[in-house]
Write a protein that binds this ligand. Structure first.
Ligand code: EPU
Length: 417
């Protein structure tokens, strides 16, 4: 088990370089299965979810070479289409092998995926879509068996704009016969990055990033090439950190357009924020205004930034209301924040924060990835020492977090216990 120790209340200044987007990379890596031959990915983040997906590729007998953020995946020797329970359960994104292997090999055996415990996380929309394309889907205990003689393009309406289902159905349809239209598709920035990768392999896809994505099936795909877009959630987390303890903290290598829901909130709160072409500079202010936030699908306020944002609300002068609309169990960080001195009351998927609160360090537990990130921010803001247990959750999605924070003046260590 890993533990993080933070000596808080230090002013952070300098530059934090943002890595590739976790939620893009975790789909781009499985997407490589669809190509014949070698594909190349750059700006791949150094996170444990990446390693878990590479392990699965190796089980499938792909050849994988990783050199820093440069990843090459060769599917020439692909032979296996069965992923065991242990590897399926290591992360949520293992389910992208459903669409990718079904699309390419027309057969996959895989178990219920893992991932953060932030809600029920059903995959019924994915399954309905696979069936609409002509797949037969069987379950045996925790195992899914998906197979098809042939996949045929069709019209699929998603009852919710699910990120995962949109991506998985793109994967299953790029090699299907004829035209597929995914209606009410998710519009997250990552969807366009993934479509661009498939297009680089020779796929015919129109409308990614809009409500309707049209895919014209092709017979084969060749190796592709993509650069993973910057991680807007990692960036958002550090931007909030700048508002908490920054002095001209510069968050670099970002696409500000992807962060507009957050930056407009920070402006409403009277933060000291400057938005440049590919970076944002932010400093702490004393009279932060409270605000109300409701999470929404992209381009609304991202659910994944809700938990880091909870820390900033504890520092605002007055009462802020927060409503989560995507995941029913995304308040795991609140008991720890309250233990550190916050005044947050939770009711169902909503919370009320009365600020400002003086946070003090103590021993807390990361219950999930973004909840864990919020404890890091709280620890860096608090006086005294904060010990965060179960840091593995955080390392799933924040590359080199200790190194990046040390570089801007934080006192932070990760140790094995
Ligand atoms: N949903 C269903 N049925 C489905 C699929 C989704 O009911 O078949 C529901 C979910 O239960 C949830 C909502 O639809 O209430 C949204 O789910 P979605 O499928 O959009 O989420 P996801 O693809 O499982 C991705 C990110 C999450 C992020 C959400 C929303 C990955 C690996 N995960 O999850 O990221 O919160 O989109 O933007 O891309 C994180 O990074 O911390 C994280 C949880």
């Amino acid at each position: 088990m890993k533990q993080m120790i933070i000596e808080g209340n230090k002013t952070l200044t300098g530059e934090i370089l943002i890595g590739g987007a976790k939620n893009s990379a975790v789909a781009l890596i499985p997407a490589s299965i669809l190509a014949d031959g070698k594909s190349i990915l750059d700006n791949v983040p150094n996170i444990s979810d990446r390693d878990a997906l590479i392990d699965i590729l190796e089980i499938l007998n792909c050849d994988v070479t990783l050199d820093k953020d440069h990843l090459e995946i060769d599917t020439t020797n692909l032979k296996n289409t069965v992923i065991d329970e242990e590897h399926s359960r290591k992360l949520r994104a293992s389910y992208y092998f459903m669409g990718a292997l079904l699309g390419k090999e027309k057969y996959v055996e895989i178990y219920i995926p893992g991932g953060c415990n932030i809600g029920a996380r059903p995959i019924d929309i994915h399954i309905e879509g696979f069936k609409a394309l002509g797949a037969e889907v069987k379950t045996e205990g925790n195992k899914y068996i998906l197979k098809a003689d042939k996949l045929r393009g069709t019209d699929i309406y998603l009852r919710f704009q699910s990120v995962g289902a949109t991506i998985n159905l793109m994967f299953a349809s790029v090699l299907a016969e004829g035209k597929t239209v995914i209606h009410n598709a998710a519009k997250e920035a990552e969807i366009e990055n993934i479509a661009d990768y498939l297009i680089s392999m020779g796929a015919k896809i129109e409308g990614a990033g809009t409500d309707d994505i049209t895919i014209y099936g092709v017979e084969k795909l060749h190796g592709g090439k993509i650069t993973v877009i910057p991680d807007r959630i990692e960036a958002g987390t550090y931007i909030i950190l700048g508002a908490l303890v920054g002095k001209n903290l510069c968050i670099k290598n970002i696409i500000p357009k992807h962060l507009e829901a957050l930056t407009s909130k920070l402006k409403d709160m009277a933060s000291d924020i400057t938005i440049n072409k590919d970076n944002i500079v932010i400093s702490k202010v004393d009279n932060l205004k409270p605000t109300n936030i409701k999470t929404l699908v992209y381009p609304g306020f991202p659910t994944d930034i809700g938990q880091p944002m909870a820390v900033l609300l504890t520092q605002a002068n007055g009462t802020s209301l927060f409503e989560e609309t995507i995941w029913e169990n995304r308040m795991g960080h609140v008991p720890s924040l309250n233990k550190m001195g916050a005044n947050i009351t939770v009711k169902g998927m909503s919370s009320m924060t009365i600020g400002p609160s003086k946070l003090h360090g103590c021993e807390v537990v990361a219950t999930d990835l973004r909840g864990g990130a919020s404890l890091v921010l709280a620890g860096l803001t608090a006086t005294g020492t904060t010990i965060i247990n179960d840091v593995e959750h955080i390392l799933r999605g924040y590359e080199d977090i200790d190194i990046k924070l040390k570089n801007v003046g934080a006192k932070i260590e990760i140790r094995e216990i």
